[in-house]
Design a binder for this molecule. Structure first.
Ligand SMILES: C[S@@+](CC[C@H](N)C(=O)[O-])C[C@H]1O[C@@H](n2cnc3c(N)ncnc32)[C@H](O)[C@@H]1O
Length: 233
């Protein structure tokens, strides 16, 4: 069977099966502008160490939290578990994810969900915690090809992270995990200090995360800087 026909068949099967596979298939069919990871993989309590460390870094017990790339809402409910008094806003680029996430949090009036592909419409310096977990990556880079730009570009990462970082209040934290790029390669990182990096390296599905530089060329698979950063100014 020709490759295009095989791909079409796989997408059709995923649409019929439902769940995260349907969500991923919708992203691959729609290909919205600024899409990073199309895969919708998520689960409850995926980041207990990171969330506990973020909580320790805060001075408020009732933070305002932005979860960028919240997928179908498990991450929002996990954040609620760590931050019982938080106001939480989830954003995802995928319309099916947003619909599922809204259903998942329907009983919690302090959690809202919106569809967006960046933080452009969000108020600057208005969140104590901003998370972007397994968003700035792509499954097609898991084999560490020498360049990432046929799939993702550093320029898109930097523009998107810049807007997200500006949503963090001075004193608040940005939490980035499993990215194919380094936060400290972005100009906006000058306004942040590292609180904690060096979390476990296994990416989604136990895969390593190849890292690409400002020039979209492969740096390696170990030079990561993902973790928790505090806004200093
Ligand atoms: C692998 S899932 C990660 C879900 C969750 N953050 C976690 O780590 O369990 C990646 C999610 O990022 C979303 N995503 C990709 N590009 C995005 C963008 N530009 N804006 C918002 N969401 C995006 C996808 O739709 C998908 O739901």
């Amino acid at each position: 069977m020709p490759q295009r026909a095989r791909q079409a068949l796989a997408l059709t099967k995923a649409l019929v099966r439902g769940g995260h596979r349907r969500q991923t298939a919708v992203a691959e069919i729609l290909r919205p502008a600024n899409l990073f990871q199309p895969h919708a993989t998520t689960s409850a309590d995926r980041y207990p160490v990171e969330f506990a460390a973020a909580a320790d870094a805060l001075t408020t017990a009732a933070p305002s939290i932005l979860s960028f790339g919240c997928s179908s809402g498990e991450e929002l409910l996990s954040l609620r578990g760590q931050f019982p008094d938080a106001r939480i806003h989830g954003v995802d680029i995928n319309p099916v994810a947003v619909r599922r996430a809204r259903r998942a949090v329907a009983d919690d009036p302090a959690i809202t969900v919106a569809r967006a592909g960046d933080a452009e419409g969000l108020e600057q310096a208005s969140y104590d915690v901003v998370t972007a977990l397994a968003v700035f990556r792509h499954a097609d880079l898991n084999e560490a090809p020498p360049r990432c730009d046929p799939t993702l570009r550093f320029a898109d990462f930097e523009r998107t992270v810049d807007r997200l970082a500006r949503c963090v209040r001075p004193g608040g934290v940005l939490v980035i995990r499993h990215a194919n790029f380094r936060f400290t390669d972005c100009a906006v990182a000058a306004d942040f200090e590292a609180v904690r990096t060096g979390f476990a390296s296994a990416g989604e599905g136990g895969l390593l995360t190849p890292i690409y530089g400002r020039d979209d060329a492969l740096i390696g698979t170990t030079d990561r800087d993902d973790g928790i950063y505090r806004r200093t100014r």
